[in-house]
Structures are given as C-alpha cells and as structure tokens.
Ligand binder design. Structure first.
Ligand SMILES: [Fe+2]
Length: 480
C-alpha cells in the first residue's frame, strides 16, 4: 500500500489531500422528492425504470458518532427514469434502530463497528437478548413482488419501490449474522443466502425463500468452530461456494470482549482461505480446500468447469486492513484505502487443491456482471470501481476476461459508486446495455446519476440530484 501522505520534509505545499472527499461521508438529513431533475445528454429510449440504492446517510445522533462508514443509518435513493425525464427521491428507512435513536437522542442498537452498550452487565445482557439491528444499508433485492433492503446484523426490511416507504420485516434470517448478497434461485426466482448461527455451537445455515414466502427453508448446515467474516458467497449450477477468509471470530469470547461486532474478528493468515463446496440439492459439503490467505467482500461470479473444477472469481485484498481503513476517523484523516485485486480461484475437488491467479492488472471492487445471463456460468465481462490517483474509489473499470484487458472511466474530482449493469432488452451481446452509477462531484458538492454505455464506457447522460448523496454500497435497477 502506498503511504497515506508524503512526509513533512518532502510534501509539496500544494499537495492535495488524498483519500475520500469529505462530502462523501457527510450526513444527509434532508428527505426530498423532485419530479424532474436536470438531465444532460441522451438517455436511451429503452431505459425505463428506477435505480434504487441503499446506503448509510447519517452517522451522528446527538453528540454521539458512529465509528465506521458501514454504521450509518440507512437511506434509500431512487432515480426514476421515464420518457427521457428523471425524478429523484430519498428517504430514511424507518427502522427500529433509526426510530429508537431519534426518540432517545442516542445510539440504541449495535451496528457493524459501533456498540452503544458500554457496561459489562449491559453487554452480557445484550448478547443473550440481542437487539438485532435492522439498519439495512448494504444492498437490496427483489423477492417475488417485494423489494427488500438488507444488512448483515441481520434483519432485512421491505419497502415500497415507488414511495420508498418502509413496509416491515419480510422474514427473519436463521442466524445472527447473514449476508446482504443473496443469489437468485433460477428454478423459482426465490432467494438463496446463508446465515451464521452463533452460540455454544456455531454453523453456517444455507437457506432458500420462495418468492411469495416469509419462511426461510434451511437446506444445508455446516458446523464451524470459528466463523469467518464473509460478506458474500459464490453460486454455481451445483454448489454454494464458501470462501472462508482467515478473518475469524471465537463467539465464546464476544460477550466479555467489550468490543463491537467486527472488532471481535482476528486476522489469522496461517489458516489460509478455506473453500468449501456445498451441494445445492443434497446439502453435502466437500472440502474445505486450503488456498492462500486473502480477505475479500465480494464474489464476482462462480461456475463449474467441464473437468469438475470450480472457478470462483473474487475481489480480494492481501489482508483485512480494508476494514480498518473504513473507520470514519481514518477516512477523515485522508488516508488511502487498501487496493483490491480481481483474483480467480480454481478449486479442484478431486485433487483437493486450490490455485489462484490475478485476472487483470487493474484492481477494483463493488463488481457487477450481467447477472441474469451469466451468473453460475462462464462469462466475459465485469464492471467495478477502482482506486485511482485519489486513493479512494474514483474510477469505473470494465474488465474483459477473454483478453484480460480493461477500460476506465475517470474524471478528476468525480467519485463514482458501484456501476449497476442494465441489459438492453433483446440484447445479443453480454455487455450490450448501460451502467448506472451515482457519482459525487466534489467541487460542486452534489451527486448525479451517470449513464455510461457498458460496452465502451462512453458517457450517454447524467441526471443531477439536488444534493450530495453520501457514499453507499449497492443498488438495483427496477424495470418499469
Ligand atoms: Fe457488498
């Protein structure tokens, strides 16, 4: 990793502050609804629907502050696209965590890296009677006709995709920790995910929820002594692919540790990264197979090769420092964040081996693919955001895995978020469509929705939000 700043002796007086632009983690209090925002360029005529995103938007309650980028109260943002016009609306999710904080004037529920419960008695009490957070600021999905926004700790929240009104809790995950990156069950359009059951005995529990159901159906259970922090998992036509990075927790120690959730995890690289393949039909586990130690948030895609090898592409880091990098205090100091790389792991169950290689020279994270067409299958293209000159996420990258080439969209002072791929209806090519990304214009102090041609990353249009949108994580395009 490059140094955060040059030393005082060598730093030129005009040195620009590195890292995240301050506006990206400035709380946004205002909730707005604008029927038509300024649009420049040409929106594709076929593009009708809405880009809905979730993310943290408020990190302070009274004189208290959350600790980490991931902790902020969830806000939904919606860019509605129809007839060449774009509307914009944003609303806080009316969660238990948000409402309790508003009513009491203090942080009440534990978040990823913020624990309001300071006393030992309080902590032991809260572990046995956990106030599970429903601050669903990570990702959203559509399950049947319902729109659901999700977090890891672990309660999901249903909302109205038109009004952004909070509806309620659609289901309860079968564990204390889950992922906000479910997969789609192609057979019925339902949801596949896992939750970690934590207690005297721990296990990863894979579950399926049918499109019209509110009952998770546990289809596989994998006992584990030291659960790993896993933000997502892979899916092939036959298997769930679990990559247990060596960032692990001993749940027995949590009640007495006095630390918030993520600070109970330890980096133990000697464990390596353990891959386990779980048969989707039978629940039978194969593995674990040990590979080199990495840490990562996002699986990109997985599939079975003809020879039975499982290919798992993941955005990884050399270690778990990225979790530390994203504490608000460090971000505000203007430190560069760790740089991700895109790595392909090959898991050979017959030989019991895991090999890996860097797929493209330029690293990126927050990956998106043409999911409906390519998930669980061999594929060619992936888009994401990379860390360029600023030391924060400042470029949209497209990788062509057939020749390992990359293309980049970047503009100094502009900071794009996750590029959501939307396929053109009746498209033949995998990359025929657009990318939608919310970009912060640092000089202007406000954000816009950028529309790029997904093939060559040329700019097609942009739609200006009436204010800045704090940096969030994930979103989806809801077709009209
Ligand atoms: Fe994520």
């Amino acid at each position: 990793m490059e140094p955060a700043t040059a030393s005082p002796e060598t730093a030129p007086k005009t040195a620009k502050r590195a890292g995240i632009p301050a506006k990206g983690i400035e709380s946004l209090e205002a909730e707005t609804r604008v029927e038509s925002v300024p649009v420049s360029g040409e929106l594709p005529v076929w593009l009708t629907g809405s880009l809905i995103r979730t993310g943290p938007a408020k990190w302070e309650v009274g004189d208290q502050s959350m600790n980490h980028w991931f902790d902020g109260f969830a806000m939904l943002h919606r860019f509605g696209i129809a007839d060449g016009k774009v509307s914009y609306a944003n609303r806080f999710l009316q969660t238990k965590a948000y409402r309790a904080a508003k009513e009491k004037g203090e942080i009440v529920y534990s978040e990823f890296a913020t624990d309001p419960c300071r006393s030992l008695f309080g902590r032991v009490f809260s572990i046995f009677n956990p106030k599970l957070s429903d601050n669903a600021n990570v990702n959203l999905t559509k399950l049947g006709e319902r729109y659901i926004t999700m977090t890891e700790t672990p309660i999901p929240v249903e909302f109205d995709a038109e009004t952004l009104e909070t509806v309620g809790v659609p289901y309860e995950p079968p564990g204390l920790l889950t992922t906000a990156h479910p997969h789609m069950e192609r057979a019925d359009g339902g949801m596949l995910n896992y939750a970690a059951k934590v207690g005297p005995r721990n296990s990863y529990r894979f579950f399926h929820i049918a499109p019209d159901s509110d009952e998770p159906n546990v289809t596989a259970t994998l006992p584990v002594r030291h659960p790993a922090y896993m933000h997502s998992f892979g899916l092939t036509e036959r298997h769930y692919v679990l990559a247990e990075f060596p960032y692990v927790v001993d749940p027995i120690k949590i009640p007495l540790s006095g630390r918030p959730y993520i600070e109970n995890y330890e980096w133990q690289p000697e464990r390596g990264t353990k891959f386990t393949l779980i048969d989707r039909k039978t629940g039978e586990a194969t593995g674990p197979f040990k590979g080199d130690a990495y840490f990562g948030f996002h699986h990109i895609n997985s599939y079975e090769d003809e020879d039975g090898t499982v290919v798992a592409d993941i955005c990884v880091f050399d270690d778990a420092m990225i979790v530390q990098d994203l504490y608000l205090e460090r971000l505000r100091e203007g430190k560069r964040i760790s740089e991700p790389e895109v790595r392909r792991f090959r898991i050979d169950p017959k030989a019991g081996t895991v090999t890996s290689e860097r797929l493209v020279e330029k690293g990126f994270d927050l990956p998106r693919i043409n999911y409906m067409r390519c998930s669980e299958r061999p594929y060619r293209y992936v888009w994401g955001v990379g860390t360029g000159e600023s030391g924060w996420l400042d470029e949209i990258v497209k990788a062509d895995l057939s020749d390992r080439s990359t293309k980049v969209w970047a503009k100094p002072g502009h900071f794009p978020g996750e590029p959501v791929f939307v396929a053109r209806p009746d498209a033949e090519d995998e990359d025929d469509g657009v990318l939608l990304s919310v970009v912060l214009d640092e000089a202007k102090g406000s954000s816009y929705m950028l529309v790029l041609d997904a093939r060559d990353l040329s700019e097609l249009a942009r739609a200006e939000a009436p204010h800045h949108i704090p940096f969030g994580f994930h979103g989806q395009f809801a077709r009209a």
